[in-house]
Design a protein around this ligand. Structure first.
Ligand code: GAL
Length: 362
């Protein structure tokens, strides 16, 4: 689906976007436009993936003849609400929103509905409001299943090996995806916890005990340090379920400071998500063991096409009308498929798709 220009620009553009987005977090395109301006609210510039998302959505909309306003909420829900409110006042034709706090947008989306501005929930489902028209994302439960499958394969659990020590991490409690990733992973891991091939020495197996506010790697690092200090005085950790690359990098840092990855103490199997550059390099170096590749260029293209269809009075292409319920309605969705990436296939997947170049991975 993504064109070659978008592919190449995605990679080259990650660094330059950080420079061109202004200090107040905004960027308005200069392109000529017949179709009006589309407002794009993204969560944060602190993670590479959202820079790629923002840039790709802008390019795809400009290709379709729209102007764009791209704003980053810097992980502050109130900032994102204010940004969306501003775009509504400016009279944007549609809104594409990756929520920071999935329940914080009800009031502002009522204003969007009053102004008849269609809303696309991008990657993260917005909850608790009827004023969200469509959802574009990946199959989020499949993400969790792929992470769990990697752990199961690497530890040889299907061959009956074990017991192994595992620790479990989850994403931000205010992100709807967190539960989907967790449920997908636990669906496959639970039988091995039940038969004790997997043991969680920290005892922290409930979702509330393992969430990581705003997906912050430092918070995960602190939790891993605490777990290692308190529950691993005589044992080693064999696997860590991590839902996202930024969290995996934090966990790796805690593990290394406890002597893992040097001498006789190998690093545990550790998963991730987003194929961020630091994590792909870590996989190549034999540290992080896996990530999930989600082609953000495709996600952006689906969102842009959806916005264009809505504004042209057409029904957008959908492939899931039931799975994503937001507490008020099932939001009609288009879901893409995630891919598991490790040392054995990163060249084929990430270079083959031109998501990265060889030079990027040096
Ligand atoms: C989730 C998203 C993940 C990851 C995470 C942290 O909502 O689905 O791919 O990016 O946020 O940014």
């Amino acid at each position: 689906m993504p064109n070659r220009r978008a592919v190449l620009a995605t990679i080259a553009g990650v660094a330059s976007l950080a420079l061109t987005v202004s200090a107040c977090g905004g960027q308005t395109s200069e392109a000529d436009s017949e179709g009006g301006t589309i407002g794009i609210a993204m969560p944060t510039r602190a993670s590479e993936r959202w820079l790629t998302d923002g840039k790709s959505v802008v390019e795809d909309l400009q290709d379709k003849g729209y102007k764009t306003e791209l704003l980053y909420g810097e992980d502050k829900p109130a900032t994102q609400v204010a940004q969306i409110e501003k775009m509504i006042k400016e009279g944007v034709a549609a809104l594409i929103i990756a929520a920071i706090d999935n329940k914080a947008l009800n009031d502002v989306l009522q204003k969007a509905a009053d102004a008849e501005i269609p809303v696309i929930s991008y990657d993260r489902l917005i909850l608790g409001t009827k004023n969200v028209d469509y959802y574009v994302s990946f199959d989020n439960e499949q993400v969790g299943r792929l992470q769990a499958s990697h752990i199961i394969d690497k530890l040889g659990l299907e061959d009956g090996k074990g017991p192994f020590n595992i620790e479990l991490f989850a994403g931000s409690p205010d992100d709807n995806n967190t539960k989907f990733f967790f449920d997908g992973a636990m669906h496959l891991l639970q039988p091995y916890l039940d038969n004790k091939q997997l043991v969680v020495p920290s005892g922290e197996t409930a979702l509330e005990q393992m969430t990581t506010l705003r997906w912050d790697g430092d918070i995960a690092k602190k939790r891993m340090n605490k777990i290692l200090n308190e529950s691993y005085t005589s044992e080693s950790v064999d696997a860590v379920l991590s839902p996202y690359d930024g969290i995996s990098i934090g966990i790796l840092s805690a593990l290394k400071s406890h002597g893992y990855g040097s001498g006789s103490e190998p690093l545990p199997v550790i998963t991730g998500q987003d194929a961020e550059l630091a994590s792909v390099k870590s996989i190549i170096a034999g540290e992080q063991s896996q990530t999930i590749y989600k082609d953000l260029r495709q996600l952006a293209e689906v969102a842009a096409t959806m916005a264009d269809d809505i504004l042209n009075g057409e029904t957008p292409q959908l492939n899931n009308r039931r799975a994503y319920k937001n507490g008020v309605k099932a939001v009609p969705a288009y879901l893409l498929q995630p891919i598991s990436v490790d040392k054995s296939n990163y060249e084929y997947i990430l270079l083959g798709s031109e998501y990265y170049t060889e030079a990027d991975l040096k």
